[in-house]
Write a protein that binds this ligand. Structure first.
Ligand code: 6R9
Length: 656
């Protein structure tokens, strides 16, 4: 708590206020008031001003089948047309769209005209391979121009993409291909990260070998490194081969506003990851609006979002938002610490980045590196091009905020601490850089039009100063439409009966400051962990652990971690006796690697402990509350009288 004793308020500079898209708090309040007065009229106005429609919509919001809301439903558009063609028509054809920096530092630039040609050629190739409107295409690619081209090409022909993060395992990939019933997969031979070539295609082959991928008839392989790559006759084709002879132009498929642009699998509190389905029209609108208002994006800006296209942040703030706004953006293949921890700062300097968007976990690891080595400290670089900084993925602690503000932003750049989720499509609660006074650690106020609120278990508003459950009271254009193939789970997860289905349940706890009304997110209220900004369900990890032949039972909890925000702590009961000493260490390692293979390296438990049993109530319920305390290393002060086997606590308190 020590760092939160003094609350400092950071006002935006007069210059920023003057030039920002949303200029000053009065402008912010005017937008909120407009939405308050005429909610549908507000969104309709913005959708007409910011999105180019092939067929204009006449109906703004359809709530007939709530919570399956429809926005702009009789309008037609094409998202790729909005990102490419319309910018070229506006004279931006020769403007650089993407500056790609490879892991080894090689830089490639692509203009808007060139990007349209590349997207069109691939779109034609997909059509030639039989991909039609509404088909699902899984994209399993590293950070690359090709990844963005693949997503845009799907959008161009109305195919629904489902990007799977390149760090996910064969099992995770298989589950996603199978759940989506994908007809095609686009991947690469290898990926390059941190000076190493990491095979990708063998993981695809392994996924297919597991069965369940029968819907997927074609695998397109982008040759990234030229490393050894097995090609399956009749199924696998090289990207450069399918592009051969394809025309440079491609008529876009005009789709209804509600047409699913993409699925993106994310972790929930129970069961398998869920395929969050997004729309075309409403999603694009929010991607554009948040680029313009949260990032105050201007034609001269160089924008850099360091996320991976495998996450929602990469979708909205790499593939769609920046391009729809005609900006120049950086796409980075590598990692922040290679060749050294000054990589981000060097790239900002080299490319004169002006708007920089990253995650607290990256900042915290770079602080540590900068403290240890002056050469990789931001002050050793010229970062004067920066004007706006952003943060996303997890709460940013005030100490990291201050460091980011002073050392990266030179105490002149506002930090937009953007709270949002895979399900929300874009920013929900965030400062606007030329309007909102900032308080470190708070994501401040709702984006204009977003009806965020904090309620108690029965859905009643709680007063400011009192913690509660974060909800959104009205549907908004970029919200999740359903969980692919499981509409019941969509309703249960996000519009639960607790609130009579009235409110969207975010899954986070929050509190509003008693004086300012500013929101602070207090963390997930369900069994979802956030490790380095990556979402993972405790159940998912538990299922992976118990799938190991040695494991009888497992319980997974999160505990606070200085670097990764939260760390995974697993308590495991083996089918054999409890191991000790070196043997325990060896089995723990084996289980960690197992989880890495089942889900992906990001899901490996940092802390793994063995017990003869787990702390359970007499009715057999695992007492996770106790496990959380044990994981934190706290003395158990809770009442343990309902515990079947209190002696187990001492055992579990022992780290390996
Ligand atoms: C965009 C993204 C969503 C969860 C969300 C919350 C946490 C994201 C945050 C934040 C505090 C912020 N989260 N941004 N918590 N402050 N600025 O990260 O989507 O991967 O779906 O994660 O991340 O817990 O519920 P996603």
């Amino acid at each position: 708590m020590s760092e939160a004793t003094e609350v400092r308020v950071y006002e935006p500079s007069a210059e920023l206020v003057r030039n920002a898209a949303v200029s000053g708090m009065d402008a912010y309040k005017a937008l909120c008031a407009e939405a308050e007065r005429d909610y549908e009229g507000y969104w309709a106005r913005l959708a007409r001003e910011h999105v180019t429609w092939q067929t204009p919509f006449t109906r703004t919001l359809n709530e007939d089948n709530r919570p399956f809301f429809k926005w702009f439903e009789d309008g037609k558009l094409n998202v790729s047309y909005n990102c490419l063609d319309r910018n070229i028509q506006a004279g931006l054809g020769d403007k650089t769209a993407i500056i790609f920096e490879a892991d080894d530092g090689t830089v490639t630039r692509v203009t808007y005209s060139e990007l349209l040609v590349r997207v069109s050629r691939l779109a034609n190739a997909l059509r030639a391979k039989g991909v039609k409107k509404g088909d699902r295409v899984v994209i399993y690619l590293p950070m690359s121009i090709e990844g963005i081209v693949a997503m845009q090409a799907c959008a161009r022909i109305g195919a629904t993409h489902s990007v799977v993060f390149g760090g996910f395992s064969a099992q995770s990939l298989r589950d996603r291909i199978s759940d989506a019933g994908a007809v095609m997969l686009i991947t690469s031979d290898e990926q390059c990260r941190g000076g190493k070539n990491i095979p990708l295609k063998p993981i695809v082959d392994e996924a297919f070998g597991m069965g369940g991928c029968e819907s997927c008839k074609t695998v397109i392989v982008y040759k990234r490194t030229g490393g050894a790559c097995n090609m399956v006759e009749g199924r696998d084709v090289w990207l450069h081969d399918v592009l051969q002879g394809q025309a440079d132009t491609c008529e876009p498929e005009w789709v209804e506003a509600e047409h699913p642009l993409f699925l993106l699998y994310t972790s929930g509190s129970t069961g398998k990851p869920k395929g969050v389905q997004h729309s075309s029209g409403g999603y694009l609108l929010h991607a554009i609006l948040t680029m313009k208002w949260t990032f105050d994006i201007k034609p001269t800006d160089v924008f850099w979002c360091t996320a991976d296209i495998g996450w929602v942040t990469g979708h909205t703030y790499i593939t769609y938002g920046p391009l729809a706004c005609g900006s120049t953006e950086i796409v980075f293949e590598g990692v922040p610490t290679y060749p050294d921890a000054g990589r981000f700062w060097k790239m900002i300097q080299d490319h004169k980045v002006s708007v920089f968007y990253t995650a607290p976990t990256a900042i915290r690891s770079l602080i540590k590196a900068a403290d240890a080595n002056e050469a990789v400290h931001p002050k050793s670089y010229d970062l004067s091009s920066l004007r706006i900084l952003g943060s996303v993925g997890e709460p940013i602690n005030p100490a990291a905020w201050e460091w980011y503000y002073q050392n990266v932003g030179g105490s002149r750049c506002p930090i937009v601490d953007t709270f949002w989720q895979t399900e929300t499509g874009g920013h929900m609660i965030t400062p606007l850089p030329g309007a909102t006074p900032m308080i470190p650690g708070s994501c401040t106020l709702p984006f204009p039009g977003i009806q965020a609120a904090i309620v108690d278990e029965t859905g009643n508003d709680v007063p400011w100063g009192q913690g509660g459950i974060l909800v959104v009271k009205k549907p908004w254009p970029s919200m999740i439409r359903t969980i692919y193939g499981d509409p019941d789970r969509f309703v249960k997860s996000y519009y639960p009966a607790d609130f009579q289905g009235r409110y969207y349940l975010a899954g986070d706890g929050a509190i509003r400051d008693a004086k300012t009304g500013y929101f602070t997110i207090t963390g997930r209220i369900d069994d979802v962990l956030n490790v380095s900004g990556h979402r993972m369900g405790t159940m998912e990890i538990e299922s992976a652990l118990v799938a190991h032949p040695l494991v009888a039972e497992a319980a997974v909890v999160g505990r606070p971690d200085d670097l990764t925000g939260e760390a995974i702590c697993a308590f495991v009961v083996l089918k054999r006796s409890r191991p000790t000493g070196d043997e325990a260490k060896q089995i723990a390692n084996e289980l960690r690697n197992w989880v890495g293979k089942e889900i992906g390296p990001i899901a490996k438990p940092k802390d793994l402990r063995f017990g003869d049993n787990l702390p359970k109530t007499r009715s057999g319920k695992i007492m996770r509350r106790l496990l959380r305390s044990i994981a934190k290393g706290e003395q158990i002060t809770q009442d343990t009288s309902t515990l079947e086997n209190p002696a187990i606590l001492d055992q579990l308190a022992q780290t390996l």
